[in-house]
Ligand binder design. Structure first.
Ligand code: ZN
Length: 172
């Protein structure tokens, strides 16, 4: 069975009223602009989304996100696969005053002309789920000298980084 491609934007009110459930994948691009240690510029996210309106009247979308990114280890500057498997709950906030009463279990969601920009939301979720500093487990890291020679290694890495960035259009 092939995985369905989800729409990149969705009419939120319709889906919430119909309590729609969607499963599929969504292609994301432009991630490297958001964080420099992301190597994969095009990523496919697997999603399960459930729309609805809760008893408090909040229109929500609950989601499960699965994806895998290629990142750069900040210690050895080699590639590192990072799996994200996270859940999120967003509720529509139509005006700023609603922020005060938004229940704690929701993150606020702003609509653009009634539409939910799926790609934007999922990209934000991915960023929220990335560690601040990405590193291999120590045993798997190519940089074995972090403790003893931090300065020299840091310079070696800097040189490597400059070379890699110099006109490099390597596909990830
Ligand atoms: Zn490493």
């Amino acid at each position: 069975m092939s995985i369905q491609e989800l729409p990149s934007s969705v009419e939120f009110k319709t889906e919430a009223t119909q309590q729609s459930v969607m499963r599929g994948c969504l292609g994301l691009n432009g991630l490297r602009k958001l964080r420099s240690d992301i190597q994969s510029d095009v990523v496919t996210a697997e999603l399960e989304l459930a729309f609805g309106i809760d008893e408090g009247g909040w229109s929500f979308v609950k989601g499960q996100l699965k994806t895998e990114l290629e990142l750069v280890c900040q210690s050895c500057l080699e590639g590192l696969s990072h799996v994200i498997n996270s859940q999120f709950q967003l509720a529509v906030v139509a005006e700023p005053t609603q922020m005060d009463t938004l229940p704690d279990n929701y993150e606020p969601l702003e609509l653009q002309d009634g539409l939910i920009d799926m790609a934007q939301i999922i990209k934000e979720e991915i960023l929220l789920n990335l560690p601040f500093a990405v590193k291999h487990e120590q045993a798997a890291c190519a940089n074995k000298f972090t403790e003893s020679k931090p300065t020299r290694k840091a310079f070696a890495n800097l040189q490597e980084l400059l070379e890699n960035n110099n006109g490099c259009t390597k596909k990830s």
